[in-house]
Design a protein around this ligand. Structure first.
Ligand SMILES: *[C@@H]1O[C@H](CO)[C@@H](O)[C@H](O)[C@H]1NC(C)=O
Ligand SMILES: *[C@@H]1O[C@H](CO)[C@@H](O)[C@H](O)[C@H]1NC(C)=O
Ligand SMILES: [Zn+2]
Length: 208
């Protein structure tokens, strides 16, 4: 019971993140997969060096794997993985913040990256019109555990219900919109092709 309460609290707080009150939607049904949203403070995120937002529900969601760091299972290892990714993006890539919008970790929770409606750095041309959803781990050969896949699907539906992903969203794997990457790994890429709203054809970005 306690778990359910904390999930609901997390859900309603994320719906309010960066949202105009008029676009607020009631939290989604949680279904069988229970997850918490770990906000930035929950993984000791560094403050962004810069931050820009975009308005409206994103038309795209783009799926990534981390490759490195690999799978993390405990909440503390997941926090550490988020910190490592953020450090890499800020210190090596010289980006303003962690590149992704949100991440799903092996502890079964959703971690806030840049968040909803914040311009991200995960796929050129799509950064101001998508959610960059990371699954933490190397999914080249092995699939994420089914619990992680369920949370990812649940979070996608939740994003629609909250109004920060369009109802008619298009879902791509990173490799579809960027040459020279095999992200999100062969195994995960095969799996997402069966997910709702996955689209094989990539629209010419000039017409978006
Ligand atoms: C995103 O950026 C592109 C290129 O700068 C621009 O043409 C487009 O209008 C932007 N879209 C949104 C939703 O801000
Ligand atoms: C990848 O390269 C091919 C061949 O050069 C090109 O047709 C395609 O548009 C490129 N895709 C992206 C996402 O840049
Ligand atoms: Zn990627």
């Amino acid at each position: 019971m306690e778990a359910v309460v904390s999930v609901l609290v997390a859900l309603s707080s994320i719906c309010l993140l960066n949202r105009d009150i008029t676009t607020y939607a009631a939290p989604a049904e949680i279904g069988d997969s229970q997850w918490k949203l770990i906000e930035r403070s929950g993984w000791c995120a560094r403050p962004p060096k810069d931050r820009a937002t975009f308005a409206g529900a994103a038309p795209f969601i783009i799926i990534h794997h981390s490759y490195k760091p690999g799978m993390a299972l405990s909440e503390s290892d997941c926090q550490l993985a988020m910190q490592q990714i953020q450090d890499f993006h800020m210190d090596e890539r010289h980006w303003s913040d962690i590149g992704y919008s949100f991440a799903i970790c092996g502890d079964g929770n959703v971690y806030e990256g840049r968040g909803a409606n914040v311009v991200a750095a995960h796929a050129p041309h799509y950064n101001n019109r998508s959610i960059g959803l990371l699954l933490i781990g190397d999914f080249t050969e092995a699939l994420p555990p089914s619990s992680m896949l369920e949370v990812a699907l649940d979070f996608i539906q939740f994003s629609v219900d909250c109004g920060f992903l369009r109802e008619d969203y298009i879902l791509y794997g990173h490799r579809q919109v960027r040459n020279g990457t095999i992200c999100p790994g062969d195994a995960l890429y095969a799996a997402i092709q069966k997910w709702p709203h996955w689209q094989e054809d990539v629209e010419d970005i000039a017409y978006l």
